[in-house]
Design a protein around this ligand. Structure first.
Ligand code: NAG
Ligand code: NAG
Length: 184
């Protein structure tokens, strides 16, 4: 009899703890910090972006939208607040891509985006596959300084692919997990 009473008590205590945990996480969800904004990345061939290793011969060639399969490309591009290259500079995107589709249109991309925004400074690291002619979502795998522990993704979309400088719009969708947000 006594042991069954203890069992009921234990279940009640456990249920209370679980309820508190759920209530707690709900509370965090309501205060989850997020940030959404867009910047523009400008890449000038043989100035801020270079082919380091040429890919395989006989497949897709080098054009405004394609690079041969296996091409290793490296870049350090400015990030500005508007599509105009002369608009305010607020960051840089440095990284590398390796052409990963046989048609030369897609690449595995690794980049570190260093940002100096009005209220947030630090860097974001992104990894994923970019498409040279379509929008691509790249997961944010981490960050530093004000972006420490940040999760989310960036959407990279081509804006202007003509001429020596090509422009991409980078939309940021950033979320701070509860453990990254200073308690209020
Ligand atoms: C960039 O440099 C490479 C190697 O010197 C050259 O083959 C290529 O034509 C250059 N591209 C442009 C668009 O100037
Ligand atoms: C880009 O910005 C510069 C400097 O602010 C300005 O002179 C120029 O007209 C702008 N170009 C376009 C296409 O808006």
């Amino acid at each position: 009899m006594a042991s069954s009473h203890n069992y009921v008590l234990a279940v009640l205590v456990l249920a209370t703890i679980q309820f508190k945990a759920i209530a707690g996480s709900h509370d965090h969800l309501q205060h989850l910090k997020s940030l959404h904004f867009s910047l523009f990345q400008h890449e000038t061939i043989n100035k801020t972006g270079y082919i380091i290793v040429e890919g395989i011969k006989g497949g897709a060639g080098v054009s405004q939208t394609t690079t041969p399969f296996g091409t290793l490309f490296a870049f350090q591009d400015p990030l500005t607040v508007a599509a105009n290259r002369s608009s305010k500079l607020v960051g840089i995107s440095e990284g590398t891509t390796v052409t990963s589709s046989l048609d030369g249109l897609r690449s595995i991309s690794i980049a570190k985006l260093t940002l100096r925004l009005k209220h947030h400074k630090g860097s974001l690291s992104v990894v994923g596959v970019t498409d040279n002619v379509k929008s691509s979502n790249l997961p944010v795998v981490g960050g530093t300084e004000d972006f420490l522990f940040v999760q989310g993704y960036v959407t990279s979309s081509p804006v202007d692919l003509t001429g020596l400088t090509v422009t991409y719009k980078i939309q940021f969708h950033l979320y701070w997990p509860p453990y990254a947000t200073p308690s209020s």
